[in-house]
Write a protein that binds this ligand. Sequence first.
Ligand code: ADP
Ligand code: MG
Length: 701
Amino acid sequence: MSINNLNTSISYLKGVGPGRADLLKSELGIRTFGDLVNFFPNRYIDRSQFIKINQLQQNTSEIQILGKITELRTVQQAKGSRLVATFVDETGTMELVWFRGVKWIKEAIKLNTPYVIFGKTNYFKGLFSMPHPEMELLADYNKSLRTAMQPVYPSTEKLVNKNVTNRVISKMMQSLFEELNANFKETLSAGVIERLKLISKNEALLNIHFPRTQELLTKAQYRLKFEEFFFIQLQLLRKKLIRKSKFKGYPFLKVGDLFNHFYKNNLPFELTNAQKRVLKEIRKDMGSNAQMNRLLQGDVGSGKTIVALLTILIALDNEFQAAFMAPTEILATQHYNALTNLLKGMDVNVKLLTGSTKTKERKVIHEQLESGELHILIGTHALIEDKVKFRNLGIAIIDEQHRFGVEQRSKLWKKNQLPPHILVMTATPIPRTLAMSLYGDLDISVIDELPPNRKEVLTAHRYDANRLSVFKFLKEEIAKGRQVYIVYPLINESEAMDYKDLMDGYESITREFPKPTYQISIVHGQMKAEDKAYEMQRFQKRETQIMVATTVIEVGVDIPNSSVMVIESAERFGLSQLHQLRGRVGRGAAQSFCILMSSFKLSDDAKVRLKTMVETSDGFKIAEVDLKLRGPGNLMGTQQSGILNLKIADIVKDANLLKTARTMALELLDKDPDLNAPENRFIRVAYIELSKDSTLWANIS
Ligand code: ADP
Ligand code: MG
């Protein structure tokens, strides 16, 4: 069989035609023979068992019976009519019933001829009946490729309505296998097949659609899942190889005066081992001739900012400029304050550019950027405006990657000859398996250690009924000089309901914590940027003790004196959000607390989320639970990824197989980076074919 056959349009398949072809395309994305072969069942029904009519019991699930129809009659009912057949085997009698397609079925049925029927039964007044059975003449049944485990294919309502049922799809599959002589090319090398004891591609495809035994089905699934992971990893890893060899970057050979001066005089603490290791990885990347494209993962509070600054200083030492982007104005301002503070006494020009930067200041920034006078520009989306032109951007640091699109980023370095080095920082720990699939083509650094002397945030779950004792506790903490966050869910900032919750909450807090003893700040998404900044500052300067807020404060805000985080309606937050919010406290010397408030009525998932939060503060563990609860498609930043549209494998359930696939792909590329070796020829052919219509997510730069 040649590749061309697989590229044949599905409309040429027996039993398809143009109408169905359109339907298959729009509903299932199936255009060609190859697409159909690779359209896999999502479950199987055991059809190895036949049941006799006298063995039927109430509440049985789907069953299969061999028998004959002896009589057919049409029964008039309120609306239209129903068709009833008397179905018998050697042990008894039952009925088959149709409410739809009566005319057509009546004509098609053969009386007194052996049929295999399949479906669910009902029981009423001593008689079993089966509505709309799947049925097939015994003669056809015996001829067909189909066997004990009957595949059930994914479907849509529209397909069913247009009568493209599971049975029809199965029939198409059968025609296809006949058409192609059930002969499919191998796509893996003998070496890989042998090492993992895989069955051949041909046997795998045959058994995934027409499983002969449960054992063969399991082997077919294993082989096809492996293959799916393997080729994705191969693409990601090759992309990385190619990028490293082809995409030149500015080599930052010097670690110069600024870096050394800072390290000796300004660094306020000793770096953790994890910070040192990551910095080494970054220096090595930037010192080579290839462009750095690195993802820096580190839990909240792990100290990514200082790593960013040291990275920036290396760029500056090599006479390049730096950009530092943050997703919100609050964060950008905070980074700006942190960096100017850290760089005190050093001759480094740092400026802040956000939506609220005044025109006059903007002009200065634009000019200084182009002249090279400005060394570091920190800001929000404003950085990617057309007027912003760096003279020579050497490093772009992007905090919280998921909020910036790929295209947006590349605007940053439109003036460059070579792309700048890129460091994307995220505080959203990504489970390893997910990172492998999503960012397999990036380099990843992990800060897996918190700075010393950090006490774990004590976390408790309390119900609304415990509110008074919670308030009492807050008063005690405030009396000790601590500050408190109270956060309300604002899932959608425009939702009036959420807004009302926040305002009601704010009012009850002001009643419970009256002036002048207590001062309260409030920050929410509908406020003007300058009002937000003003309120944040009051809190930062300790003029207020309580900050009532929505999730605006979610990411990165650093106020070490605040030691209590109260999360209202905690059951409405996702795990990663809860984790982010909790990360706002526990940054100073004091023992910190996180109180998760909820109502009594909780969904199972919400219970798991709250329990997880109480039990652990390890961001990676929390991310694993999140992945299991929500599946990969719903996690942060994954929506845009075609990598997660897997046909058969599942990155949660098949995590181990994914690791195996990645290892095998790495080993293969290590020995044969261009897939030129004769033993890899099948892999090469399959790889090229797959790359043609690859929907893999573009890499970060
Ligand atoms: P994040 O990774 O969440 O961005 P930050 O960079 O804001 O974390 O750091 C959190 C806090 O820890 C800051 O107050 C910072 O000054 C402090 N910090 C960072 N690294 C160290 C270290 N090695 N030793 C002590 N404190 C540190
Ligand atoms: Mg940060």
